[in-house]
Write a protein that binds this ligand. Structure first.
Ligand code: PMP
Length: 354
C-alpha cells in the first residue's frame, strides 16, 4: 500500500478472480466461461465496427438496450446495460445501500457481494445456507433489509424457484431485492416477469456465460423504471461510456443470434447431466446444479488436493478455501470432449491415492 492510499480503503480485501494462468495451455473449467465461440455474426460485426473506434460509444447503448428489452418483454426504460454484470451489481450497491440501509445475502454465494458492500461502506449480513446448501426462504421474509440472491446460486449451482423469489420480493416492499441471474439460462426460469409486479425487484444478467462473451464485458439489469433511473444516476456520475463500441454491437448481434446461444446452453445442460452421472459413478457427491458448473466433492480426496493435481495435469477447476466449502471444487461444464478428459484425469488421480 502506498502512503497515498485513502484511509477509507485501507482494510479493503479485493475480490479474487479465477486464475487466468499463462504458463501452459489448460483445459479451463474454473471461471464458468462458455466453451463455445461467439456466433459468426458477432465476429463480422465487431470487425466492421472497429472502423468507428475513434468515436465514443453510445452512452445510452440504444440498440442493445432495445434488443434486450424486446427479448425479455419489457420497455427499454426498464433496462440498463453495463460493463459486465459486476458493474450493474456495484451500481445497485451504490444506489440502494449504505451504512444504515444494509443488505443481506447467503453466507455461501458470489464472493463479490461482500466486496461491493465494503467498498461502498454498506452494512451487510450473511445469512447461513442450510446444511444442504439450499436457501431457507423464511430467513428472507420481511427482513427489512435489501437483499441480493444469486439464482442459481454460485458456487453451489442450486436454483431457487420463482415462487420463493416472489415471496421474498413481496414481503420486503420497502427494500430492493436483487436477483443475480448470471446463470439463469442453464435450466432456471427468470424472474424478469415479476419485475412488472414488484417495483422493488431488480434482475441482473450477463452475456459472459450463456452468450459466450465473458471477454466482451456485457451485463444488464432489468427492473422498474424508477430503479433503472437511479442506476443511471450512478452510471452518469461515474462512467457514461461504460460499454464500449465493440461490445455494444457484439451484444446486439448476439441477441439477433439468440437461437445459436440457447442451443449451446441446451448442449451444456446435456453435458452437465452426463458429467454428473459419470462423476457420481466414481463416488462424487454433487449438488443439484442448474448452472453451467457443478460443485462436487469426494470422500477419498481433499478438495484442495484434487484441485492441485488436476492443475498439474492441465485441467483448471476452482477451489475455495472457505471452511464450509473447502471439500468441494467448482467445475465449469465445457465441451463433452473436455469433460471426458477431466473425468479420465480424475479417475487416475483417485487411483494414485488408493
Ligand atoms: N454474478 C455471479 C453469480 C457470477 O458468478 C459472476 C461471474 N463471476 C457475475 C455475477 C459477474 O459476471 P460478469 O461481470 O462477467 O457479467
Amino acid at each position: 500500500m502506498s502512503r497515498f492510499f485513502s484511509q477509507k480503503y485501507s482494510t479493503l480485501v479485493p475480490y479474487t478472480p479465477g486464475e487466468q494462468p499463462k504458463d501452459m495451455k489448460y483445459i479451463k473449467l474454473n471461471t464458468n466461461e462458455s466453451p463455445y465461440l461467439p456466433s459468426k455474426g458477432v465476429f463480422d460485426a465487431v470487425k466492421s465496427e472497429a472502423e468507428r473506434l475513434h468515436l465514443y460509444s453510445d452512452p445510452e447503448c440504444s440498440v442493445l438496450t432495445k434488443k434486450i428489452a424486446d427479448l425479455y418483454g419489457v420497455d427499454k426504460s426498464e433496462v440498463l446495460v453495463t460493463n459486465g454484470s459486476d458493474e450493474v451489481l456495484n451500481f445497485a450497491f451504490m444506489a440502494f445501500c449504505d451504512s444504515d440501509r444494509g443488505i443481506a445475502f447467503p453466507d455461501i454465494t458470489y464472493g463479490f457481494y461482500s466486496v461491493f458492500a465494503k467498498i461502498n461502506n454498506v452494512k451487510y449480513r450473511e445469512i447461513p445456507l442450510k446444511d444442504d446448501f439450499t436457501i431457507d426462504v423464511n430467513d428472507y421474509i420481511g427482513i427489512n433489509e435489501n437483499i441480493v440472491i444469486a439464482n442459481p446460486n454460485a458456487p453451489t449451482g442450486i436454483y431457487l424457484s420463482l415462487e420463493e423469489i416472489e415471496k421474498i420480493a413481496k414481503s420486503n416492499p420497502e427494500n430492493v431485492v436483487i436477483i443475480d441471474e448470471a446463470y439463469i439460462d442453464f435450466g432456471g426460469q427468470s424472474a424478469v416477469g415479476l419485475t412488472k409486479k414488484y417495483d422493488n425487484l431488480l434482475v441482473t444478467m450477463t452475456f459472459s456465460k450463456s452468450r459466450s462473451m465473458a471477454g466482451g464485458r456485457i451485463g444488464f439489469g432489468i427492473g422498474n423504471k424508477a430503479l433503472i433511473n437511479d442506476l443511471n444516476t450512478i452510471k452518469y456520475s461515474t462512467n457514461p461510456y461504460n460499454v464500449n463500441r465493440l461490445s455494444q454491437i457484439a451484444g446486439a448481434v448476439a441477441i439477433d443470434d439468440n437461437k445459436y446461444y440457447m442451443d449451446n446452453c441446451k448442449e451444456i445442460i446435456k453435458t452437465r447431466e452426463y458429467t454428473v452421472a459419470e462423476l457420481k459413478k466414481i463416488g462424487f457427491d454433487i449438488l443439484e446444479s442448474k448452472a453451467n458448473f457443478i460443485f462436487a466433492k469426494h470422500d477419498k480426496i481433499q478438495g484442495e488436493h484434487l484441485y492441485k493435481r488436476l492443475k498439474e495435469n492441465g485441467v483448471l477447476v476452482r477451489h475455495f478455501t472457505k471452511d464450509k466449502i473447502k471439500d468441494y471444487n467448482r467445475i465449469t461444464i465445457g465441451t463433452r470432449e473436455q469433460m471426458d478428459i477431466l473425468i479420465k484425469k480424475v479417475i487416475s488421480i483417485l487411483e494414485e491415492i488408493k
